[in-house]
Design a protein around this ligand. Structure first.
Ligand SMILES: C[S@@+](CC[C@H](N)C(=O)[O-])C[C@H]1O[C@@H](n2cnc3c(N)ncnc32)[C@H](O)[C@@H]1O
Length: 224
């Protein structure tokens, strides 16, 4: 059974380039908190590509992940670039930065790797850690994804893959009702479903796929 901690031991599993969405998200948060030094939290930061980007842009940057290897790689890359960030090894159901209030939190390709109960715990933790009007950007797997219903079903819409690089890793898939339920205490600034239908691909195309998969893109704001 592969875990992300094990996957990070192989360089091919480490995404290097940051997503442009995270840069734009930081700029969006700046618009909401003009003139403030923003505290931004990379929730499930993996090997740190976004933590490094935001630190290099001068934000007060925080990162957490359950993978010790991911955090170690992040620390090493920060050191090599003479950058700084606050890093903690932490499960997504824990609150590693107890007293800090964030202007923005984001989680890219990560929090759907759990059961719905634990995903709800994570979202509640993030809500509690945000400043009023603070933002949370997250992407989530959609039930329209080609990988939906694959693997062993452990509860409604949650499957553990039994093949490929993510064998053993749980994946929870959301329909619109599910996303709305998850964010019922938030103001949704963006709820979009990006549907990419792969009509024809070579074998194991996912290993080198430069395009996106079907998913929900969400920006939610803490309003109280
Ligand atoms: C696909 S990687 C994405 C990493 C990073 N967000 C990025 O965009 O490069 C998924 C990440 O979720 C983390 N993860 C999975 N389950 C977790 C959990 N229960 N608590 C904290 N992190 C977890 C993994 O360790 C891994 O770093």
């Amino acid at each position: 059974m592969a875990t992300w901690n094990e996957l990070f031991l192989d360089e091919k599993n480490i995404a290097v380039l940051p997503q442009p969405e995270i840069y734009k998200f930081a700029k969006k948060a700046e618009g909401i908190f003009p003139g403030e030094k923003l505290k931004l939290w990379d929730f499930c930061c993996g090997a740190g590509r976004h933590t490094i980007l935001l630190s290099s842009l001068g934000y007060d940057t925080y990162g957490s992940d359950v993978s010790e290897n991911g955090i170690e790689i992040t620390k090493k890359k920060l050191r090599e670039s003479n950058l700084q960030a606050h890093l903690k090894i932490s499960d997504m159901t824990e609150r590693p930065f107890q007293k800090v209030k964030f202007h923005g939190v984001f989680s890219w390709d990560a929090i759907h790797h759990n059961t719905i109960e634990n995903i709800k715990k994570s979202v509640n933790i993030i809500h509690a850690c945000l400043e009023e009007k603070g933002l949370f950007l997250v992407n989530l797997l959609s039930t329209k994804s080609g990988s939906y219903n694959k693997g062993i079903k452990i509860e409604t819409n949650t499957f553990i893959r039994d093949d490929g690089d993510e064998a053993g890793v749980p994946h929870h898939y959301f329909d619109e009702k599910g996303v709305r339920e998850l964010f019922k205490d938030w103001k949704l600034l963006c709820l979009s479903e990006q549907v990419n239908t792969y009509i024809e691909t070579e074998n194991e195309f996912y290993r080198t796929n430069p395009f996106s998969y079907t998913k929900w893109n969400v920006i939610a704001q803490r309003i109280r």
